[in-house]
Design a protein around this ligand. Structure first.
Ligand SMILES: NC(=O)c1ccc[n+]([C@@H]2O[C@H](COP(=O)([O-])OP(=O)(O)OC[C@H]3O[C@@H](n4cnc5c(N)ncnc54)[C@H](O)[C@@H]3O)[C@@H](O)[C@H]2O)c1
Ligand SMILES: O=c1ccn([C@@H]2O[C@H](COP(=O)(O)OP(=O)(O)O[C@H]3OC[C@@H](O)[C@H](O)[C@H]3O)[C@@H](O)[C@H]2O)c(=O)[nH]1
Length: 346
């Protein structure tokens, strides 16, 4: 393809994307915006779909390989005229016409992303390349859900977007951490080289209803353990910290980022910071005071501290989380009780 290289390394596309079918703009066409959500059958993705579907002008297409997601999360939209679900792996090319792409597809829980690390890195690298190729072909704006894990085991605390991170490139978490770092690089290279409109969210630990019960992440583990009357497994040393964001706040942030003017990367997360011992104590107090807290072995390269600096999100998106951990946990408990069939005793 001919490209203008007048400003050094930065090249701009000379060819604009092909026009969509004229029917898209006919007055009989019902939706204004066709939105693709990759990974839309997963935890955050399905909540995002719920919010996007609330707007009658949106048509939503979900693409998912169901590795960690499930059709059940989208049950209420199946057969809806503005909704479509495609079983597809993002490591394969996808040819559709869309205006926006929320690219979430990627296993997010450490036990799942470490299960098949080569597939995880392919999903992050080839999957993101494919979605960028699609964005380029149809002229769509694309948002990547990157992660706080790009900061690795951070030496700067809290983490601003300007921090480049402290990541082990050859460790067991690298398929995910480095995979997301490459995905961010690809996003910016497509933006600079081809003029693609990009948005990057760096998501910090998010929790809420619909997380897989055996997802393996800490909040879902502790709630499921408390409801089953099993010990809460705090991984050694328990003083490591995380900052937990409720899923409705996260979805709000993602939509603001997509609709706003800034490419990011922008941290999205709740700055309330807790040690894993504090989290276990809170879950015990709120859900089942009878359970024990048990110290267990940790996994390699577990980040010791993590808390987002959200000054940029506040300033550029007018966003900050509203739901406190103590208010979010009972909402998740309700959902887990229903799914586990454990009634609340009064
Ligand atoms: N939840 C968090 O705390 C958190 C934090 C940081 C970043 N993120 C990012 O947000 C996104 C969603 O995370 P989540 O918590 O909802 O996880 P999730 O595991 O519930 O959802 C991921 C979805 O992607 C699908 N998927 C995985 N590989 C795929 C592939 N190759 N092709 C098509 N679909 C595929 C899964 O089946 C699932 O539906 C991920 O990109 C994750 O990295 C999440
Ligand atoms: O049962 C458990 C599980 C986990 N933990 C601890 O809880 C902390 C959080 O672990 P999680 O597995 O929930 O998630 P992590 O913060 O390690 O990674 C997450 O970070 C951001 C996202 O990109 C991903 O969703 C995921 O990689 C870790 O310190 C871990 O050691 C426990 O103490 N007990």
């Amino acid at each position: 393809m001919a490209a203008n290289s007048s400003n050094g390394n930065q090249q701009k596309a000379t060819k604009s994307p092909p026009p969509p079918s004229p029917l898209r703009f006919s007055k009989f066409f019902q939706s204004n915006m066709r939105i693709l959500v990759t990974g839309g059958a997963g935890f955050i993705g399905s909540h995002l779909v719920d919010r996007l579907m609330e707007n009658e002008k949106n048509e939503v297409i979900v693409v998912d390989n169901f590795f960690t997601g499930s059709k059940d999360n989208l049950r209420k939209w199946i057969d809806h005229p503005r909704f479509e679900l495609i079983r597809h792996d993002v490591t394969e090319q996808l040819l559709i016409e869309v205006d926006q792409i929320y690219h979430l597809a990627c296993p997010a829980s450490p036990i799942f992303y470490k299960y098949n690390p080569v597939k995880t890195i392919k999903t992050n690298v080839i999957g993101t390349l494919n979605m960028l190729g699609l964005a380029k072909r149809v002229g769509a704006r694309i948002l990547l859900t990157s992660t706080s894990e790009v900061y690795g085991d951070p030496l700067v605390h809290p983490q601003p977007e300007s921090y480049w991170g402290n990541v082990n490139p050859i460790g067991v978490r690298s398929c995910y951490d480095e995979g997301k770092r490459v995905a961010e690089t690809l996003m910016f290279d497509y933006h600079r080289q081809h003029g693609i409109e990009i948005r990057i969210a760096r998501i910090f630990n998010t929790y809420g209803p619909r997380m897989n019960i055996d997802d393996g992440r800490v909040v879902s583990n502790f709630i499921a353990q408390a409801l089953r009357g099993e010990p809460l497994t705090v991984q050694h040393p328990g003083t490591q910290t995380r900052s937990f964001c409720f899923v409705s706040d996260m979805v709000d942030g993602l939509i603001r980022l997509m609709e706003g003017e800034d490419t990011g990367p922008i941290n999205l997360g709740n700055p309330g910071e807790f040690t894993m011992i504090e989290l276990a104590e809170t879950v015990k107090e709120l859900i089942n005071p009878a359970v024990e807290i048990k110290m267990v072995e940790n996994t390699p390269d577990d980040p010791r501290q993590r808390k987002p600096d959200i000054a940029k999100a506040k300033e550029l998106l007018g966003w900050e989380p509203k739901v406190k951990l103590r208010d979010g946990l009972p909402l998740m408990e309700e959902d887990f009780r229903l799914r586990l069939g454990v009634e609340k005793k009064n």
